[in-house]
Write a protein that binds this ligand. Structure first.
Ligand SMILES: Cc1cc2nc3c(=O)[nH]c(=O)nc-3n(C[C@H](O)[C@H](O)[C@H](O)COP(=O)(O)O)c2cc1C
Length: 404
């Protein structure tokens, strides 16, 4: 039996140079047994004539939202219900922005909004358009909503530039659609994340801790899982629901976190240290300390530097550190990157509604030969944006594993 037989696929084509490749994708989809109907944006019809898609699909091509003839036959709601999957290839920067905003200003976006079927996008655009923070943010939000992004690939572009933004080849899109669960760029990558605060016991009833809520690390764990990664989460005590990850290790102290992380790091491809690990810990008293004296002096000892220890492993994973700073963010971030020989540092300002115990954050991300800013956004959105950057850098180190 053909791999896609019995499947109704609605192919959305938007206005970009890669629109001509959608004809090849349509041919491949039909060859794999799918029933395909094509919806083009008006801009797409400027690049390739609807007649090509009509001939290849064997059905009239829909383009107009306010088309009385179409409404009487197969209207937009009926078309949305008909589709088992909506595949938009190429997906322009413009359509991604409109989908992110929930607009329904043409037939394709209206269908995407009305459909309950999975929506899959194959972005295609100039590399600067793809790397623009607006498109990055749109991609992250769309992913967070469960929309699957296939690609884009990196390479030479029609405009003569080179970089990420090429549409994935039609054969690669078909292969991803045949796989039961089309997965993201981190499919199968083993990601170790440490999150939350640590608790350093003073005596059996008291401890020292910090304001970390664990939200950034948990958002990263959920986003990485959504992108197909195999996630191990080592977490200090938090009030958050346990995310759906492959392995969850609950720890309390910095020493326990170090042991868990260093035990898992050699079998991980990427380590992201978001935990706020205590830098100093007391030697705990075996008995509860009595309030006999007027003052109490605690002697604190340096804990193990987990990030530096992971980065120093002979077979180290791609290592990403977090830095929470109250001032001179960029200077400290770069100093930390160099001092601990990390692959990337994501630094955030703490205070003024950002950082600890809040839903929003903003990051300054740097790596040895570059840096970027991820402006204030919910941590769930930032998590996808940061993972995109990590995937870019990780795959630059391991090009053979990049599905782009
Ligand atoms: C020659 C030419 C090529 C273009 N190629 C792309 C492209 O590859 N990707 C893209 O996102 N936009 C591209 N654009 C811009 C889009 O066509 C424009 O944003 C349009 O509004 C997209 O409309 P749609 O999203 O409704 O299809 C191109 C424009 C021109 C004139």
């Amino acid at each position: 039996m053909s791999p896609l037989s019995g499947q109704n696929i609605l192919l959305g084509v938007t206005g970009g140079i890669a629109a001509y490749k959608a004809a090849e994708l349509l041919r491949l989809l039909r060859g794999a047994g799918a029933e395909v109907r094509v919806v083009m944006t008006p801009a797409a019809a400027e690049f390739v004539g609807p007649l090509t898609f009509q001939a290849l699909s064997g059905h009239p091509v829909s383009s107009e939202l306010l088309d009385p003839a179409a409404e009487s036959a197969m209207g937009h709601i009926a078309l949305a219900r008909w589709a088992d999957r909506i595949v938009v290839a190429p997906a322009s920067a413009d359509v991604m922005a409109r989908l992110r905003a929930g607009l329904a200003d043409d037939l394709l976006t209206t269908l995407c909004l009305a459909a309950t079927a999975p929506v899959i996008l194959a972005p295609a655009m100039n590399q600067a358009m793809w790397q623009h923070p607006a498109t990055r943010e749109n991609a992250a939000v769309l992913r967070q909503r469960g929309i699957c992004l296939l690609g884009p690939a990196t390479g030479e572009q029609a405009c003569g530039e080179t970089g990420p933004g090429r549409m994935l080849e039609p054969a690669a899109i078909l292969a991803a659609l045949i796989t039961a669960e089309p997965s993201g760029r981190l499919a199968g990558v083993r990601i170790l994340i440490s999150a939350g605060p640590t608790r350093e016991a003073i005596d059996p009833v008291r401890y020292l801790t910090n304001r970390s809520s664990g939200r950034m690390g948990y958002a990263l764990a959920a986003a990485a899982t959504a992108q197909g990664a195999r996630v191990s989460l080592v977490s200090g005590p938090t009030a958050l629901p346990r995310p759906d990850v492959e392995r969850h290790v609950a720890v309390e102290s910095a020493a326990e976190m170090a042991e868990a992380v260093l035990g898992l790091a050699p079998a991980s491809d990427i380590y992201i240290g978001t935990a706020a690990v205590a830098d100093y810990a007391p030697a705990p008293s075996a008995d509860k300390i009595k309030k006999d004296a007027d003052t109490l002096t605690l002697t604190l000892t340096r804990t193990r530097d987990i990030l530096a220890a992971v980065a120093g492993l002979p077979e180290r994973p791609f290592t990403v550190g977090f830095a929470a700073e109250t001032r001179d963010l960029e200077t400290y971030a770069r100093a930390k990157l160099a001092a601990k020989r990390l692959d990337m540092v994501a630094a955030n300002a703490v205070g003024a509604g950002l950082g600890f115990e809040v839903d929003d954050n903003a990051l300054h991300v740097c790596w040895p030969d570059g840096e970027t800013r991820l402006p204030t956004a919910p941590k769930t959105v930032l998590a996808h944006q940061l993972l995109d950057l990590i995937a870019d850098r990780y795959h630059a180190h391991h090009p053979a594993q990049d599905p782009r």
